[in-house]
Design a protein around this ligand. Sequence first.
Ligand SMILES: Cc1ncc(COP(=O)(O)O)c(C=O)c1O
Length: 454
Amino acid sequence: MSSNNTQTQEWQVLSRDHHLAPFSDFKQLKEKGPRIITHAKGVYLWDSEGNKILDGMAGLWCVAIGYGRDELADAASKQMRELPYYNLFFQTAHPPALQLAKAISEVAPDGMSHVFFTGSGSEGNDTVLRLVRHYWAIKGKPSKKVIISRMNGYHGSTVAGASLGGMTYMHEQGDLPIPGIVHIPQPYWFGEGGDMTPDEFGVWAAEQLEKKILEVGVDNVGAFIAEPIQGAGGVIVPPATYWPKIKEILARYDILFVADEVICGFGRTGEWFGSDFYGLKPDLMTIAKGLTSGYIPMGGVIVRDEVVKVLNEGGDFNHGFTYSGHPVAAAVGLENIRILRDEKIVERVKSETAPYLQNRLRELSDHPLVGEVRGVGMLGAIELVKDKARRERYVGKGAGMICRTFCFDNGLIMRAVGDTMIIAPPLVITLAEIDELVEKARKCLDLTLAELEK
Ligand SMILES: Cc1ncc(COP(=O)(O)O)c(C=O)c1O
């Protein structure tokens, strides 16, 4: 254990003796002990050692309105006293879920006015898989089962979520993907574009969708699922040609399009949804995270009216979760959306804070360690390289993890995806806090470079 603080040590012992942590090397964590986060306010976290840390990742991309908003705690407390639990099964409902479904439909793209609630984004994508297959079965085309997804996409950690995702290190554990899910290349120009220009590569990557539809046979393809901007894969902003070309292809074939908006939804791009940002017309949208600003677990699937019309003809949909539309989560979600709307947080991201963040982040492009800075809205990525011109990496050095550790030790959370540093701060971050984020990032890039060149 790394700490001398007895309180921290006590918690680390509890971790060692009783906890199995998500996405962690159990053995290594037992030896090292986790960093213990004790409280938070605005965009800042405090750990049990008393360090104040600027949370450049909004938790896990979710704390849109920032930490410490009493209104959400009050909404939860009021709902817990009134109706702490009831379910939406077997023809019952409760006001918070219904009111939240309406509030979501008001901010969703036109023609998407129904929501199926889940407890998380992963459950949302499990629901997507079942909804897509159910939809085609009702339409008399049960063979349209295959879902096309992308390599290095992230759609969650349940069996369906991890299968839809294209993370090979997840597939390796547990014989994934399950049958009926196929993957096409991702539009990651910096990492995989080779000698093509970004625009050429964007068209090429989009054409892989058409190629796959033809290979599988359109009679067998139910849907294409994609994040408007890949988050966990490394904030991969597709080249400008990518989405227009994908839209052209989708228009040619009778398949559903699912936008996984778990990260992009609820304002992160400066629009309410990533689909609004790119002018996409999804049939289904997976949501979670920003829906409740992470204060309480909740996810869902927003469904286009034409799809609902078909589903209405299909009898029972044999799917749902004990906590689908949980009243306390719904009350929190409703208050969260009220705050996003009343305080014009999404508008402010678009007009003021996102342009400022993107400009300031791009100043880091001049750093010798930085091969590319990209981003949209409150999403950003910094590629760490040895040679800028050739986009060449430091092989086997773990540059990303070194940088991530310097960040943590210097009061900033930036996540490392390989050697790509990523940020997604709370949407309420101020201009002064953006300055602090970028200055800390530069300092940590300096420290990382010095370490790599030792
Ligand atoms: C795009 C996307 N989809 C789905 C998920 C899974 O959501 P959850 O962790 O709530 O199950 C995530 C989580 O990061 C995500 O980024």
